[in-house]
Design a protein around this ligand. Sequence first.
Ligand SMILES: C[S@@+](CC[C@H](N)C(=O)[O-])C[C@H]1O[C@@H](n2cnc3c(N)ncnc32)[C@H](O)[C@@H]1O
Length: 217
Amino acid sequence: MTTNDSFQSAELESYIINHTTPEPSFLQQLFRETHLKTTKPRMLSGPIQGRFLTMLTQMIQPKNVLEIGTFTGYSALCIAMGLPENGKITTIDYDVEIEHLARKYFACSGLEHKIRFIVDDAQKVIPLLTESFDMVFLDADKENNLLYYEQIMQKTHIGSVIIADNMLWSEKILQTGHHDPKTVKIEEFNNFIQHDERVENVLLPLRDGIMLMRRIR
Ligand SMILES: C[S@@+](CC[C@H](N)C(=O)[O-])C[C@H]1O[C@@H](n2cnc3c(N)ncnc32)[C@H](O)[C@@H]1O
C-alpha cells in the first residue's frame, strides 16, 4: 500500500485506500521512486486521487485530455488508464530534471501511445495547441490558475470538464488575514469560478481539494 501524507489524516487515508480499487504495481513503483528521487514528492496525486482521475476519465470517455503539470507522470498515467482506445492525453511540464522519470514510467506502463509529453512552459505552449479538449487537469503553478483558465477556455467546448487541484491549499484558504501570495491567488481563483457563468462547479474535499467544473457556455 502506498500512502500520501498530504491527506486529512493517516488513519482516514488508510481506511479510504483499503476501500478503493488498488493502483497497479507500476504506479506503486512510480510513487516510491518519486519519494526516493525528488525533493517535493507530495506534489504527486497519490492512489486515492489517482483512482478518482481514472474513474472520472472512464465515465467522461474524452478523446482529448490536457494536463498542465506532469511532474513524474503519476496523474497523466491515471488519466491515460481511463481513456478510450482512441483517446489521448497531452501533458506539459517545464521541469527537465524530472522528465526522465516520467518518460521511464510512460514507457513501462504500456500506455505510452496515448501520451504526448511536452517539456516546455505551459503558458507558452497552450495557445499553440490545435485540439479542442474534452477534459483538462490543471495542476501546475497555482498562482497562475486564472491565466491558465482563460487559456483553457480558448481550447475547450460546452460539456468539457475542467479539474483544478489543491484548491483548499492545506485549508490555508480558511485562515483569516492570510497574506501569502499563493493562498491569495487560490482564493481569487475559487471566487472567480464561483461567479463565472461559463461553468458549473463543485469544490470536492478530496485530498487537498479538487475544483470540478463543467462548461455550460
Ligand atoms: C503539483 S505538480 C504536478 C503533479 C502531477 N499532476 C501529479 O498529480 O502527479 C506541478 C508541476 O507543475 C510544473 N509547472 C509549474 N509551472 C509550470 C509552467 N509554467 N509550465 C509547465 N510546468 C509547470 C512543475 O514543474 C511541477 O512538476
